[in-house]
Ligand binder design. Sequence first.
Ligand code: ZN
Length: 388
Amino acid sequence: MCDACGEATLVAFADLGDIPVLCGVHWADAGAAAASPVGRMTLGYCPNCAYVRNLAFDPAVMVYDTTMDTNLHHSAAFQAFSAELVKHLAGRFQLGGKRVLDIGCGQGEFLRELCHISGSTGIGYDAMYAGPEGADPSGAEFHSGYAPRGSALPEFDVFTSRHWFEHITDPYEFLKDLREQAGDREVYGYIEVPDAVYDMSTAGWEVIYPHVSYFDAYSLVRIVERAGWRIEDTGTLFGGMFRFIEVSANAGDRPRLGDQPIPGPAERERQLAAVKGFQERNASEQKRWRDRIAELVEQGANPVLWGAGSRGVQFLTFADADQRLAAVVDVNPRKWGRYLPVTAHRVDSPSSLTALKPSAVIITNPSYQKEIALALRELGVEAELLIA
Ligand SMILES: [Zn+2]
C-alpha cells in the first residue's frame, strides 16, 4: 500500500538493476571498494498520488554508520544556501528560546548554526554523526545514532529534518509518531527532500540506493496531511533540486505562514509524465555518456569527473564502470587517495588537474557549475565544463 496516500498499490515502472548501496562510503583499498555491496533498484509509483519508491529496497543491507560521508557542506554553494535557510527558519518559527530537534543532523553544521543565530537549543541525531557527543557551546547537543521513536523522544517545539526523510523505510509512521509526540502543544516542523520531479525528469544520477522514497509536491502534501500535520508552506529550493515543506500542529485558526497555494491533485501530472519516460531516459543517458567519454578519450581530452558524492558515484556506475576517465576529483579532503564503491575509481584532489591538464571536466550537479568553473580557472586548467 502507498505510504503517502494510503489508498493505492504501487506499480513498477523502472528497473535500474544492481547499484552501489554504500554510495557515501570510500575505501582505503580498491579491492574492498570493488567488493562493496550492491542492491536492486526497482522503482514503483502510486497511480493515486504519484509517490515513488524503490520496491526492492532491503533495509538489511542499508546500514548507516560514522564511516559514511554524505556531507554537502564542503561546497560553497550549499553553505550559502544553508546559511540563508537558517536565517529564514529563525524568523519563520521565531526560534528564540525554543527547543529544536534535528533528525538526520549529519555532522551538525546546520543545527549548530541554527542555535547560534536564533538563540534556540537543539538536539541532533544522526547515525552518521562522527563528532563529539553531548552538549556543545552553540546550545546544540548531538547523538550518534537514530532518533528515538515514541515517548523516548525529547520534548520539542520545532523539528527539522533535511535530506533524511527520503531514506526512511516507514515515512508515514515517522511523521505520525512526531505528531503524536507533539500532543496538544503548538509545534512546527521543516522537512527538506530531493524533489522527485527533478530526479525523475533528469538522467537519474540522484536515484541512489539510500533514497527509498521520491516525493513530488502532491505526494509530500498527502503524507504530511495524512499523518495529522497542517501545511504552512511548501515549494522548491536550490535550483529546483530540493523540495521543502513547513508544517504545524495546534496552530489554531491563525492564517498559514506561507502564501503559496498548497499543491493539489493537478500537480501529480508533472510527476506522472516524468515517471512515464524515466526508464527510457535513464537508459539513453547512460549510453550517451558512455559514448561521449569514449569519444573524449579518443580525442586525447583526458576527461575527468569533478564531484565524488552520491550523484558522482551513480554516474560512474552507469557511465564509466570500465574506468576510462582520466581521474575523479572532489573538494572533500577526506576522500583523497581513497576508492569509491563498486566501480573502485580513486578520488584525487582537484589540484592534481594542474598536471593532468584535462580539456573536458564532467560535473553531475548543475548547482555547483559556477564554483567549479572558478576553481578550474584558479588551478590554471582550461577545460570545457560538461554537465551530465
Ligand atoms: Zn499514493
